[in-house]
Design a protein around this ligand. Structure first.
Ligand SMILES: Cc1cc2nc3c(=O)[nH]c(=O)nc-3n(C[C@H](O)[C@H](O)[C@H](O)COP(=O)(O)OP(=O)(O)OC[C@H]3O[C@@H](n4cnc5c(N)ncnc54)[C@H](O)[C@@H]3O)c2cc1C
Length: 470
């Protein structure tokens, strides 16, 4: 009680939430992780964050940062902890079009940033289904990926500077706007992807890119995944590397999408096994301007590659979006993935990455192993194929935790065999702690523990996440 009174003095009575007011923060998007935080504290400035963290540190009370609560790995689970929400720190401090940067508070919602930079014909090129809730602090802390990593990299690649409140309350100013700054260890990269275990991100300098003036978007069916990769590579050559997204949805995904989402439709007249959503973005007027015959060059490039491949049989079918509405419909199919997939409680969801030319091998090998272990188990994949990231889900017949973990271990083994990672873009949180224990190189694990102990000797920052107990 004493602690809450002190926190109220720092942020004001109205911004220390308890009981029913705090309860919504204790439930994440998946509904899988439900916790009762001691309180949710909503500071308005970095100085207030610092004072809150200092107070918790002195009292030895755990802290869990929370942003949009859309993380898929249980990283914001906060039983008995003080949750710090930066939702009041939501100012876009500055957009500097000439320098192509935005300087923002960590509580800015991703889609709000999209809207703000759009007014300057710029884009912050991080897109995924939860962009209307996820916040900058959250996407940096999970190093989120999404559908445009192929062209722009993941969140790490989109960040120039950070401000971080350390576990003892000190404010670390890394708000650099520099593209080159070799002054010792790159602490910014230590904080990005740390899932709130090393500090609380309060602000960031983000890189912006020119907004595509026109998009060419299509659904394409290929005979197999090597054929899909050939399409990607031909398109990259034809467009000078302008492919923005290259997403794979197998037949099972299309069927489940139609069954689960009202109004969902087949992408083609006939059913195909390999369905690709491809999007090319043109930033140069010469590629984007409507020609006298009504055509748009970027669409012509896409159609030329597709017609060549249709002729030689390496593409089976293709539908090119002719309107914003058609484009939106194509994207809706892909962006419903979380709703389509994660609504069954006893699934085994995996977020793995392998080299882009090994995605097909991964799927062949894992299907064989899973079917041996659990004959008839349904499997569902949706993949950011352009960067080798697969969301591979199994709906097992046996639902006990031990059996599900055996399936997960098979996934980890196949991933390892192919030089992949068991955790591509959703972070470790609580969900992937056993996978960390089994797969992370022991020396790297040691170094992570040393860093955690050095920065957070009391172990109060998001305890129990990312680093498994010894
Ligand atoms: C429908 C849907 C689609 C998704 N699609 C994708 C996708 O395509 N690609 C992808 O990469 N991810 C995807 N995700 C998951 C993605 O990780 C999160 O949506 C997002 O990155 C987390 O942002 P958030 O603001 O909700 O963070 P939260 O869920 O609130 O927090 C995530 C983690 O970061 C920590 N944290 C939060 N804020 C801070 C801060 N200010 N400082 C330090 N630590 C902090 C939390 O403690 C927690 O560990 C999707 C999620 C959903 C629900």
């Amino acid at each position: 009680m004493q602690l809450l009174e002190t926190l109220k003095r720092v942020v004001g009575d109205a911004h220390v939430l308890t009981g029913d007011d705090a309860a919504p923060f204790g439930k994440d998007w998946t509904g899988k992780y439900i916790s009762t935080p001691l309180a949710v504290v909503r500071p308005a400035t970095t100085q207030e964050v610092s004072a809150v963290v200092k107070t918790c540190s002195v009292a030895d009370v755990p802290i869990v940062p929370v942003s949009g609560n859309t993380g898929l790995s249980g990283g914001a689970y906060a039983e008995g902890a003080i949750m710090i929400s930066l939702s009041r720190m939501n100012a876009i401090r500055e957009i500097r079009p000439d320098a192509r940067v935005a300087i923002v508070d960590a509580g800015v919602v991703l889609s709000s940033l999209h809207e703000a930079v759009d007014a300057h014909d710029l884009v912050f090129p991080l897109f995924f289904g939860a962009r209307g809730s996820a916040m900058i602090g959250g996407v940096l802390s999970t190093n989120a990926g999404g559908s445009n990593v192929l062209r722009y990299g993941n969140t790490r690649a989109l960040c120039l500077g950070l401000e971080v409140v350390l576990p003892d309350g000190r404010i670390m100013d890394l708000m650099s706007e520099l593209h080159k700054d070799n002054t010792g260890y790159d602490l910014k990269h230590l904080m990005i992807g740390a899932e709130g275990t090393l500090g609380l991100i309060t602000a960031a300098v983000l890189k912006l890119s020119p907004k595509p003036l026109a998009y060419a978007t299509a659904m394409v069916a290929t005979p197999d995944l090597p054929g899909a990769l050939s399409l990607l590579n031909q398109l990259q050559s034809a467009t000078g590397g302008a492919v923005e997204a290259f997403e794979y949805m197998p037949r099972a995904y299309v069927e489940r999408h139609i069954a689960r989402i009202p109004g969902a439709r087949e992408p083609f007249d006939a059913p195909y096994d390999v369905n690709i959503l491809v999007e090319v973005g043109a930033t140069a007027p010469r590629d984007a301007d409507v020609q006298p015959d009504g055509s748009v060059p970027v669409t012509n490039y896409l159609e030329e590659v597709l017609s060549g491949m249709l002729e030689d049989g390496t593409v089976l079918d293709a539908v090119v979006a002719k309107s914003d509405g058609q484009r939106a419909q194509m994207w809706e199919r892909r962006e419903s993935a979380a709703e389509v997939t994660l609504t069954t409680p006893t699934l085994v969801d995996n977020d793995v990455s392998v080299p882009v030319d090994k995605v097909g091998t991964f799927l062949d090998r894992i299907t064989e192993r899973v079917q041996k272990l659990d004959p008839g188990a349904a499997e569902l994949t949706v993949s950011h194929l352009g960067d080798g990231n697969l969301h591979y889900t199994v709906f097992p017949n046996q639902t006990d935790a031990e059996h599900r973990d055996l399936i997960r271990q098979q996934v980890e083994e196949v991933t390892r065999e192919l030089g992949g990672s068991f955790s591509a873009e959703h972070g470790i949180g609580l969900t992937k702690l056993p996978s960390m224990t089994r797969n992370k190189d022991a020396v790297s694990m040691d170094v992570m523990r040393l860093i955690k102990a050095a920065l957070d000797p009391k172990g109060i920052m998001n305890p129990g996440k990312v680093i498994p107990k010894v």
